[in-house]
Design a binder for this molecule. Structure first.
Ligand code: GDP
Ligand code: GDP
Ligand code: MG
Length: 391
């Protein structure tokens, strides 16, 4: 019996050992197959991310570099070109508009002369009329003193003579001797470069557009630079003005360095050999020193390429005394060579011309008399005074 049991024991042991051995071999074989399966997702996962990560740098790169120029935009859409009004006919038309909004002076004078006896109080009223036209206290006193003298000498209140005296005094204050030439032509093969500056909403972009039309009408070739990169709509607004008269606009991406866009515009103007490049800038409050410094930089950077021949400061005639404060500060940062007085159509403050010229020692060269495309006129003392007197 014990031998039988021993025999069975050995058989069972043999079977168990054999089964174990087979189990081990199978297990080993399975384990050898697993590794390739498990690590695969671990390896692929990190590969997927680097593919998305390098993307942002390639997107950011263009904004850091010089802005790409989009000049060909004008060529793709070819709208019908507009006819531009001749400067001579527009002067006559706009003088009437000036007269309508500035008839206080004419009425003041008529009132003065209608009195039987001109006493001090009447003169005070007349002075108030002049001051409220933004002529300024100094020029007003000068004018009334001269007018009183003239009327005392002649011993008259002859309306025609009084008006002639008033006209003569106003013309003297507005100063017909100032050189109001717009320097739109360059020298040494360079284009003329006109930079347009001012606070927000004074009419800079509109003035650039209107001026481009005047130059095109004079058979000049013009290129616009949209250095107002602060608002995307600003470059669009300028481009539209240009397209109407077949003028191209150089622009950069929104938020680009305005100096770099201005530089590109002038560089393109030089290469294309245009007569004039007009650079529109973003409106900025004269009180923000950082933005005023930026304006100085725009001018310096342009001048690495070509001299700026004209810096036009655009002032809104309806803002009165604040315009003078702006003028003073802008003149410190960029060398202002001419004033554009806009919105004279809606303002009875034409007298500001005298104050701003005295303050800056810079002539008013252009006046804006409406929102229409041809509502910009060269400034001229006699015509302006006639407008002020409602003639
Ligand atoms: P910017 O911000 O200085 O560029 O000003 P815009 O050129 O965009 O003009 C601001 C607003 O003033 C627009 O609605 C223009 O139509 C208007 N504007 C510009 N010049 C004149 C003007 O001489 N007379 C009138 N009535 N409006 C003007
Ligand atoms: P607010 O008076 O605080 O409303 O200022 P703004 O609306 O004039 O400007 C808002 C921000 O944009 C300020 O941080 C200004 O420095 C900046 N900014 C405004 N205008 C310009 C511009 O023409 N150029 C640049 N580079 N920045 C501007
Ligand atoms: Mg603008």
């Amino acid at each position: 019996m014990p031998t039988d049991l021993t025999f069975i024991f050995w058989i069972i042991l043999g079977v168990v050992l054999a089964a174990t051995a087979v189990g081990i071999v199978v297990a080993l074989r399975e384990r050898r197959q697993l590794p390739p399966v498990v690590p695969t997702p671990e390896v692929e996962a990190p590969e997927a991310e680097p593919e998305t990560r390098p993307a942002p740098p390639t997107v950011e790169a263009p904004t850091e570099e010089a802005p790409p120029v989009e000049a060909p935009t004008a060529a793709t859409s070819a709208p019908e070109l507009e006819t531009i009004e001749a400067p001579t006919s527009r002067l006559a038309r706009l003088r009437r508009r000036l007269a309508t909004s500035n008839n206080a002076l004419a009425r003041g004078l008529a009132d003065l002369l209608s009195r039987d006896r001109i006493d001090d109080e009447t003169w005070d009223d007349f002075e108030m009329t002049l001051i409220s036209s933004d002529l300024g206290v100094g020029p007003t006193t000068e004018l009334t003193t001269h007018l009183r003298q003239a009327m005392a000498i002649d011993g008259v209140a002859d309306p025609a003579q009084a008006k002639a005296t008033l006209r003569r005094e106003l013309v003297r204050l507005v100063d017909p001797t100032l050189d109001r030439t717009l320097h739109v032509e360059g020298a040494d093969g360079n284009p003329g470069v006109v930079m347009v500056v001012g606070v927000n909403g004074t009419g800079k972009t509109t003035t650039v557009g209107k001026l481009a039309r005047v130059l095109v009408a004079e058979q000049k070739t013009v290129l616009l630079g949209a250095a107002d990169t602060f608002r995307a709509a600003a470059a669009e607004q300028l481009t539209t003005w240009g397209e109407r008269v077949g003028v191209e606009t150089v622009r950069g991406p929104e938020g680009a360095d305005p100096a770099s866009v201005a530089f590109d515009a002038v560089a393109q103007g030089v290469n294309a050999g245009v007569d004039t490049v007009i650079v529109d800038t973003a409106g900025r409050l004269h009180t923000k020193t950082g933005l005023m410094d930026e304006l100085g930089k725009v001018k310096r950077v342009i001048e690495k390429k070509a001299p700026v021949t004209e810096v036009l400061l655009v002032l809104d005639a309806t803002t009165g005394q604040n315009g003078l404060v702006q003028a003073r500060i802008f003149a410190e940062v960029v060398d202002v060579t001419g004033i554009v007085l806009t919105k004279l159509d809606g303002s009875a403050k034409g007298g500001i011309v005298v104050q701003v010229q005295r303050e800056l020692k810079v002539p008013v060269k252009l006046i804006g008399l409406g929102e229409g495309a041809d509502d910009l006129a060269p400034f001229e003392a006699e015509g302006f005074v006639a407008g002020l007197l409602g003639e």
